[in-house]
Design a protein around this ligand. Structure first.
Ligand SMILES: [Zn+2]
Length: 356
């Protein structure tokens, strides 16, 4: 194992794609891990692009938990396999948590599980953390038994299942090598859809009964939860009125719930990232990155107000997460990127947009 100096995002991305393409995956753990790492990299962009960044392993485990939490719900009455042999330690941990918190049959959320059973949630996060360290994190940078170099983080200590070693000896974190967090954040918009597609392909292979023309697997695995979002509509209306957040017109039909920072860029479902929008604005904005002003206005609704409204419906607010994600996204978006201002109004970003 060797370590190389900071490298440009492109070659880092190529290496990452190469290791994930190499060898047939027997489970979806590596994909879950790298997708969680991408999200956390976006939210942890350092001030200086070449800085090393610590990624907290509890945060990483919670992101992975949240992904499988969604995916564990049955599709056409069947729970999909996430490994070739149908066994999965992480799935079993998530399943146990859903059962112990009594929200197994409902959609629920990990935040709901944490509120209902804090100890059970803690135990689940720790069990997932041990599994992540021992398997996907330790194996992520290598293909089969080939020689390899650490290009993301040092993995030489990871042959352990001891919480004490992970938490005390290694600070409960992995340290992304200099420049890696910034590079991952810049690559995230390109890599996320590629790895999601790989995940969908893996799940099809692991679940032969799923036909090509069958259920919408992409929506099941990665879509935001439209059904749950209807729960936040009333509370947004109650808190901020029923005008469109973007064009300020009164919404005559049913208001749409819009993710200010697009769901395809960062999966943040917390109330801080949600607004009511008219059909026209919502449809026109689609997955485009909005101008920073929209994000700032959403934040200006106030953390205390958003937290309170969110907790009144047992929903996460994710104020700080939305804020750090926005900072990371705008800091790593190149000038000249199309950004959504208003319906039928898209402009190219300039350097001034990224001064934070
Ligand atoms: Zn509108």
């Amino acid at each position: 194992m060797t370590q190389s100096p900071p490298e440009d995002p492109l070659s880092l991305g190529q290496k990452l794609v190469a290791v994930l393409e190499g060898g047939r995956r027997t489970s979806t753990y590596k994909l879950a891990t790298i997708l969680a790492l991408l999200d956390l990299a976006v939210e942890s962009v350092p001030e200086h692009p070449d800085d090393a960044v610590d990624i907290d392993l509890d945060a990483l485990s919670e992101r992975v938990l949240a992904m499988y939490w969604r995916q564990i719900r049955p599709i056409e009455g069947v729970q999909i396999r996430q490994s070739s042999d149908g066994r999965s330690a992480i799935l079993a941990i998530v399943e146990t948590l859903r059962t112990s918190t009594g929200i197994r049959e409902r959609v629920g959320s990990p935040a709901g599980a944490e509120a209902a059973d804090p100890n059970g949630y803690r135990e689940a996060v720790e069990a997932i953390k041990v599994t992540l360290v021992r398997y996907p994190l330790q194996l992520l940078q290598r293909v089969n038994n080939a020689e390899y170099e650490c290009f993301l983080y040092n993995d030489s200590w990871m042959n352990t299942t001891s919480l004490r070693i992970i938490e005390n000896d290694h600070g409960n974190a992995i340290r992304l090598l200099p420049g890696v967090a910034n590079a991952l954040a810049r690559l995230a918009p390109l890599l996320r859809p590629a790895f999601q597609l790989a995940w969908i392909t893996d799940v099809r292979r692991m679940n032969a009964w799923l036909q090509e023309d069958g259920p919408d697997l992409a929506a099941h695995l990665f879509g935001s939860d439209r059904i749950s979002l209807t729960r936040v509509r009333d509370v947004l209306r109650e808190g901020f009125g029923s005008r469109c957040f973007y064009c300020d017109r009164t919404i005559s039909d049913v208001p749409q719930v819009d993710h200010v920072l697009p769901w395809s860029r960062v999966p943040i479902d917390g109330l801080a990232n949600l607004v009511l929008a008219c059909r026209r604005c919502n449809g026109d904005k689609s997955d485009l990155l909005p101008i920073p002003d929209h994000h700032h206005r959403a934040m200006a609704r106030g953390q205390a107000t958003l937290d309170e409204l969110a907790s009144s419906i047992n929903w996460p607010s994710q104020y700080r997460r939305a804020e750090s994600a926005a900072r990371g996204i705008y800091a790593t978006t190149p000038a000249g990127t199309p950004m959504w201002c208003a319906a039928k109004n898209v402009r190219l970003s300039s350097r001034a947009d990224f001064a934070w």
